[in-house]
Design a protein around this ligand. Structure first.
Ligand code: ATP
Ligand code: MG
Length: 710
């Protein structure tokens, strides 16, 4: 039996599969069969009767790869996958906590908070403590709490050295109390709580240590400190840990992953067997040569080389578009050709460095009617910040859109509490009117002033939007609503800001025959967000970030946006360690391809709301030029290397002069003509009410209205 399982493997792989029950590290490059060896070892251990299905635990990084692993095992052996402890760190910890919820101090049906629910819970804590959102941005507090949890520290273990850090610690403490009271656990809590369960309850720890004779870990290079400690505890002295990983594919340092774990593992566990696999079975020669060449520029490596028996295969194709639009067009047309020639869509992946890049590709796919699926992230128009922005636009277009109203009435927070919103809902129901109308009628109590300000703001946007180009409407809305500032102030908000800026780009390229631009744009957005998503079983092109592609493979891979500042990302390009992490990411990207690899870039790209002229990524230079085939315009490599990095031009900051408008003043508006100022609020960034001779009373945004005193 064992023979049949290992027959297809090479001698090193077979040796790894059949290692004795001792700690082992398989340190090997991409596509060398690490995951295959790990799953085959599980099948081998089971089929040779060395362990029963309940006697092993295998952990991997994503749900997708856990599923993949289970299906590979059940393809080799007839087993009920439910009995197997195979899953992600979170999934396995959750399972253990459910079984021992009482010992873990959790209710039986404890709920798991996702990231946004956790944020909501933290906001409540901050409010309860009277901590100001500006000084203690909830997202920053969330990072603070999660960061400590991932390092195994409870609030009581955290050092505080000044008033600010004492308040943060207090927030953490209060958050812990609130979660316990409500019986909920966030993602990092699952791991920490499970770790504590094992360390505080010897009988439970011993039970699992005895039970799991084998603990197997895929993608070991990306484990963080707490995960490593958890594994250590679980293994004890009885289990053998079988870890597989590739230091060159460590891409989660920014989330606390620690390649050092691979080195520590060898000493902590006195690992006897370190096996290197050097033959790559995934990619054709040219692809592999490119990957090897790129990664050889890194200095922080444990060192290994990959070779393949496969032929050189096709050259790596390089396409340089005049614009990002042309680049996306090329990708979609080329992918369609591959599909027409018989390649399954699901064997084609389009990869990008940052989520915001997907929008233009999604648009091209959508226009061509090609089904696609986005992994490890939401489709552009379904992202939270985009939905908020669209809700403002919908309110501008149609004030009685109650859903839009509810979504943004207090987002970003502006002091309109739940009570006030409930009062509006009740009133609307009573009077059979829209929430907007109910809100216009005013409110009583604490939220009244804030509500009036919100109403005026939306009115100001609506008055301003009339006749404006779509991009200007979006820009104004992002500014006046405070959405952009909200995400700019958010430590974690960088990607959301990029997405919002991408929305401006979407508006800039939006052309409609419709008279009402805004309504046409909104229906375009809801259509693209809607049902064009491929069904679960439908064959579809695969879109994802390079991070999400880890461990996966495809016949054809399109790697887009190979420009300096984008990939390598501008945040990392200037420090050596950051650059090495970007390069590992590039290595991961290249090695996803089996037969065909396309690298593409655009000479100009709409980014951060303006056109930026990109320079080819240094990673293109690091690939030997004889492996590349330039598809268009005969670009020679020298045109890349001579170019220097041009940082993107910063968006001009609007400076708003003090408006100097006072009640009773006579002013002129470019569209509405002459009027008298009757009210104002919020200073230069606020609104002003003007009674126009011809158009009646209107609220306008001071910063946009271009009012001239006359
Ligand atoms: P990554 O580093 O990207 O996670 P990996 O080292 O886990 O890659 P696998 O995904 O296990 O590599 O294997 C890559 C491909 O090579 C798979 O398609 C697998 O089926 C194939 N493969 C692995 N070993 C062999 C072998 N001995 N003979 C033929 N094909 C193999
Ligand atoms: Mg793998």
């Amino acid at each position: 039996m064992s023979h049949a399982l290992t027959a297809k493997l090479n001698p090193q792989q077979a040796a790894a599969v059949e290692l004795p029950a001792e700690h082992a590290l398989i340190l090997a490059g991409a596509g060398s069969g690490k995951t295959s060896v790990l799953t085959t070892r599980i099948a081998w251990l089971l089929s040779t009767g060395q362990i029963s299905p309940s006697g092993l635990l295998a952990v991997t990084f994503t749900n997708k790869s856990a599923k993949e692993m289970l299906s590979r095992i059940t393809a080799m052996l007839p087993l009920n996958p439910r009995g197997l402890w195979v899953g992600t760190f979170h999934g396995l910890c959750n399972r253990m906590l459910r079984l021992h919820h009482r010992d873990a101090g959790l209710p039986e049906a404890f709920a798991i908070l996702d990231q946004s629910e956790q944020l909501g819970a933290i906001k409540r804590v901050l409010k309860f403590l009277g901590l100001d959102d500006d000084k203690y941005p909830p997202r920053a507090v969330q990072n603070y709490i999660n960061g400590h949890k991932e390092n195994g520290r409870r609030a009581g273990d955290v050092d505080a050295f000044d008033d600010y850090s004492r308040q943060l610690r207090l927030a953490y403490e209060e958050y812990e109390k609130q979660c316990n009271r409500e019986g909920v656990a966030d993602f990092s809590e699952l791991l920490l709580r499970c770790y504590e369960l094992l360390s505080h309850k010897p009988e439970i720890r011993q039970h699992y240590q005895q039970r799991f004779a084998h603990v197997l870990v895929d993608e070991f290079q990306d484990t963080n400190r707490l995960q490593y400690a958890w594994l250590k505890l679980l293994a004890g002295n009885n289990s053998a840990i079988f870890a597989v990983g590739d230091d060159d594919q460590s891409i989660y340092a920014f989330r606390g992953a620690n390649v050092g774990n691979m080195v520590d593992f060898q000493t902590d566990f006195a690992v006897k067997h370190v096996i290197r696999l050097e033959q790559n079975y995934r990619s054709h020669g040219n692809i592999l040569d490119a990957a090897n060449a790129v990664i050889s520029h890194n200095t922080q490596r444990l060192g290994k080389e990959l070779w393949t028996q496969a032929s050189a295969g096709e050259p790596i194709r390089v396409f340089e578009g005049a614009s990002d639009f042309e680049e996306a067009q090329f990708i979609v047309e080329e992918a369609q050709t591959l599909i027409r020639d018989g390649m399954a869509s699901s064997e084609i992946a389009i990869l990008y460095r940052s989520n915001a890049q997907s929008r233009i590709i999604e648009h091209a796919l959508f226009s061509a009617g090609v089904p696609y699926r986005v992994y490890g992230g939401l489709r552009f128009f379904e992202r939270q910040e985009i939905k908020h922005a669209l809700a403002y636009l919908r309110l501008i277009a149609n004030p009685s859109d109650d859903n839009a109203f509810l979504r943004v009435v207090n987002f970003p927070t502006r002091g309109i509490g739940l009570k006030s919103v409930e009062a509006i809902v009740d009133r609307a129901r009573l009077e059979g009117c829209s929430l907007w109308q109910a809100a216009c009628a005013g409110a009583s109590g604490r939220g009244a002033a804030a509500l009036a300000k919100f109403v005026h703001m939306i009115e100001a946007m609506r008055n301003q939007a009339d006749g404006l180009a779509m991009t200007d409407i979006v820009t104004m809305m992002l500014d006046l609503s405070g959405l952009l500032t909200h995400y700019q102030n958010d430590k974690e908000g960088e990607e959301r800001v990029a997405n919002l800026e991408e929305l401006i780009n979407a508006a800039a390229t939006f052309i409609s025959e419709d008279e009402n631009n805004l309504i046409a744009f909104l229906s375009h957005a809801s259509l693209e967000a809607g049902d064009h998503q491929a069904g679960a079983h439908e064959d579809a092109l695969q879109l994802m970030t390079v991070h999400a592609a880890k461990g996966l493979e495809f016949h054809a891979v399109f790697l887009s946006g190979l420009e300096e500042g984008l990939f390598p990302h501008e945040n990392s390009a200037n420090d050596r360690l950051g650059l090495e992490e970007e390069r590992r990411l590039m290595y991961v990207a290249i090695t996803r391809a089996r037969q065909r690899l396309y690298l593409s870039l655009a000479q100009s790209r709409m980014l951060h709301g303006q056109t930026r002229y990109g320079v080819a990524s240094r990673f293109l230079d690091e690939i030997p030029q004889e492996l590349l085939k330039y598809l268009n315009r005969g670009y020679a490599p020298s045109s890349y290397s001579s170019a220097a990095y041009v940082p993107p031009v910063a968006s001009p900051k609007k400076t708003t002069p003090e408006h100097g408008l006072s009640i009773g003043m006579k002013v002129e508006h470019p569209k509405f003509g002459i009027g008298i100022v009757t009210d104002h609020e919020g200073g230069a960034t606020g609104n002003v009410q003007v009674n126009f001779a011809q158009f009646g009373s209107k609220w306008l945004a001071v910063a946009y209205a271009k009012l001239k005193p006359v």
